[in-house]
Write a protein that binds this ligand. Structure first.
Ligand code: NAD
Length: 357
């Protein structure tokens, strides 16, 4: 297969971890006889420094023309001035919007070798294997925001939560397609006992599943109950779909389950164009440049890229198995070493390459 992959290393540890994922993708291309071409472009703080724009036009054009995009992270204290005219995160929000990346996939899987690093008991987290799908371009974060000054001088702020049928249908279909490839169980999370938007969400999800995916067992869970279940019985969930705000909170809660953020990848998909893949962690300015960042989340994001944008399941599974093997052999970067001996970013990358040899 021929594929064009755009790399957006970004800021902080972004370039360090993306470099390791690029090497892994090159090794996969060699091993399985594919031809991947890579181009690297600026986004976030580095793009502001060079052009004043966190998402330069040439970066966006390259992304539009690509088969898939691999991002490191954006942001850092250098660009945190609240009075600045733009911010690195604007680049991320803009690329999601421009490319119509409405479905955010976040697998949360316990790794047997690291399960004792979880803040929860081993027996609760050892079987966790959840695929969260968060709607990414609708709801409160994209609704109209208004601030009013009242007659008595106090202020009132209003954010609108808006969802239309087609926005729910398309993200539920992404979740249902994923559930069909897994255990055919889908949980839809809402607040239908209180919110009109959630009642539309629930009605639409039920209709799509009953009509188009009769084999799937669909369960509706209220978001407050889900926040509890995610801690008390996370191993019972398979695919979970929810709207933007609830997904933002629940996926961060879920990211604590496996015990290390440095291991979790994510994907943002559109209906047709390229998907964007990234680790869930940020630019970690506290360790940038020290060569100690954990590259595994970005390497696992590259596995998601192969699976979801290039339909290369065997190749994706090979990367995941290589990462599992490296961890099972006891290799650890500092963030997951629990004070024990640790390896550098490039050494960890090399262990994965060796495991793929
Ligand atoms: P962070 O995820 O960057 O770091 C939190 C902690 O985890 C830090 O101690 C960091 O050293 C550690 N850490 C994170 N990734 C690691 C890795 N791969 N290996 C080892 N340790 C790792 O979150 P933060 O400190 O809140 O944010 C830093 C910057 O990143 C901010 O500017 C924030 O806006 C930005 N950010 C960007 C994204 C993104 O690009 N998608 C996401 C979150 C935060």
């Amino acid at each position: 297969m021929n594929a064009t992959i755009v790399l957006l290393p970004g800021d902080g540890i972004g370039p360090e971890v993306v470099a390791q994922a690029e090497l892994v993708l090159k090794r996969i291309a060699e091993k399985f006889g594919h031809s991947f071409s890579f181009t690297s472009h600026d986004i976030g703080g580095i793009a502001i420094d060079k052009t004043g724009n966190p998402l330069p036009d040439e970066t966006l054009a390259a992304c539009r023309a690509a088969d898939a995009i691999l991002l490191g992270a954006v942001g850092g204290p250098k660009w945190d001035d609240p009075n600045a005219s733009t911010r690195p995160e604007v680049g991320l929000l803009k690329i999601r919007k421009e490319l119509g990346l409405f479905a955010n996939l976040r697998p949360i899987k316990a790794n047997a070798a690291l399960v004792d690093a979880s803040p929860l008991k081993r027996q609760i987290v050892e079987n966790v294997d959840i695929l969260f799908i968060r709607e990414l371009t609708g709801g409160l974060y994209f609704g109209k925001a208004t601030k009013l000054t009242n007659d008595d001088g106090s202020e009132t702020a209003i954010n609108e939560m808006i969802y239309s049928t087609h926005e729910v249908e398309r993200v539920v279909r992404v979740a249902a397609d994923a559930a069909m490839k897994r255990n055919k169980r889908l949980v839809s999370v809402d607040k239908a006992n209180v919110l009109e938007v959630s009642r539309l969400w629930r009605k639409t999800a039920t209709r799509v599943i009953e009509k188009e995916y009769p084999e799937i067992k669909l369960e509706h869970i209220l978001v407050d109950a889900m926040a509890m279940h995610l801690i008390s019985r996370p191993g019972t969930f398979d695919v979970v779909v929810t709207e933007n705000l609830f997904g933002d909170i629940l996926t961060d809660e879920g990211s604590m389950l496996p015990g290390s953020m440095g291991l979790l990848p994510s994907a943002a998909l559109s209906s047709s164009g390229p998907g964007l893949y990234e680790p869930i962690h940020g630019s970690a300015p506290d360790i940038a440049g020290k060569g100690i960042a954990n590259p595994l989340a970005t390497i696992l994001a590259s596995a998601m890229l192969l699976r979801h944008s290039l339909s290369l399941e065997t190749e994706a599974a090979a990367i995941e198995a290589a990462v599992d093997g490296v961890l099972a052999n006891g290799h650890r970067t500092k963030d997951i070493a629990a004070g024990g001996p640790s390896v550098s970013t490039t050494e960890m990358g090399q262990f994965v390459l060796d495991a793929l040899a």
